[in-house]
Ligand binder design. Structure first.
Ligand code: COA
Length: 189
């Protein structure tokens, strides 16, 4: 299995990311238009874009949910998954002094791998690499949600110590449907 690292990207890493976006890959699986938004931000001010990937004080402004409503942003960070080129994104958000999340935040961690690099164990490695970072923030566990049909994502979460907590109705802002909530305890991270 090839190895990946999580990188806090620099200017030199952007061309590989831009190329993935130009192929139509979106870093947000709930929002296909996120690719165009990312390209526009990088074109406008790449240094500011790179800065925005670390946002421990939630300065990035409100977050737009799939129904268009705006909710407060949590502190967060995003990292590139890298194997010598761009493989995907992993994002982690949290609330200070608690492992809980507000109802409109579906999980602490979201990730995606570009289709041409899937099936190499990259998402599992990336999720494992986030666990110590979450533990450093004082969290006892992280939660992740997937749709019931997203078997690949579920296998990634289970392989990283995830336990299925519940099947629940998505909040209305995310549309109609059910989702699965997993929890990964951080004692051994
Ligand atoms: C989910 C995703 C990140 C997995 O990335 P990946 O790097 O291919 O994942 P890994 O190689 O680490 O592991 C994938 C696991 O899913 C399995 N898998 C992949 N596609 C599958 C499918 N269609 N049906 C069942 N299992 C599948 C693999 O066999 C592997 O499990 P195994 O090692 O136990 O056999 C990737 O498919 C993706 O980006 N999907 C779109 C975005 C997304 O769904 N993100 C998660 C949101 S919660």
């Amino acid at each position: 299995m090839s190895a990946i690292t999580l990188i806090k990207p620099l200017e030199q890493h952007l061309p590989s990311y831009v190329s993935a976006l130009q192929k139509g890959w979106s870093p947000d699986n709930l929002s296909p238009e996120a690719a165009e938004e990312e390209l526009a931000k990088i074109a406008e001010d790449s240094a500011a874009y790179l800065d925005s990937l670390d946002d421990p004080d939630a300065r990035g402004g409100p977050v737009r949910l799939p129904d268009g409503s705006l909710v407060p942003r949590l502190p967060g960070l995003r990292r590139f998954i890298w194997d010598g080129g761009f493989c995907g994104f992993i994002g982690f958000r949290w609330q200070e002094k608690t492992s809980e999340l507000p109802p409109h935040v579906l999980g602490h961690v979201g990730f995606g791998i570009v289709p041409w690099k899937r099936g190499n164990g990259y998402a599992k490695q990336a999720l494992r690499a986030i666990l110590p970072i979450a533990r450093q923030k004082g969290l006892c566990h992280i939660e992740l949600t997937t749709t019931p049909d997203n078997v690949a994502s579920q296998r990634v979460v289970l392989a990283c110590g995830g336990e299925l907590i519940e099947r629940f109705e998505l909040p209305a802002a995310f549309g109609v449907g059910e989702a699965l909530r997993f929890r990964i305890p951080l004692d051994d991270a």
